[in-house]
Design a protein around this ligand. Sequence first.
Ligand code: AMP
Length: 111
Amino acid sequence: MNVFEKIIKGDLPCKKVLENEQFLAFYDIAPKAPIHVLAIPKQSFKDFNEMPKELLAEMSVFILEVVEVLGIKESGYRLITNIGADGGQEVPHFHYHILGGGKLNWEKLVK
Ligand code: AMP
């Protein structure tokens, strides 16, 4: 079982932002911005490629609620999802990173 599945099961604690029947949002343990939250579906899908499109649409609605709760809807934020080896995905349970709370860098990502 991966770390996000443990969080969903309640076996690992998380700092929750918002939850409904299908999705959970919680603070990243190693933040890369003043606000760094992860949004995950409670059902297990490895990555963006595997996500049913209806669930992606519902997740977008959930994320809009999360950014409202975080107070960054108007100031701006970044949504990232890492996929596979080149994408640098570490946890094999689909998630969006929600980053904000300050002006974010946008530099060349491949050296
Ligand atoms: P990724 O590299 O896209 O798979 O991102 C995985 C993210 O999960 C990283 O930003 C980690 O800091 C974060 N992470 C790993 N374990 C935990 C945890 N127990 N609670 C919160 N975030 C975590």
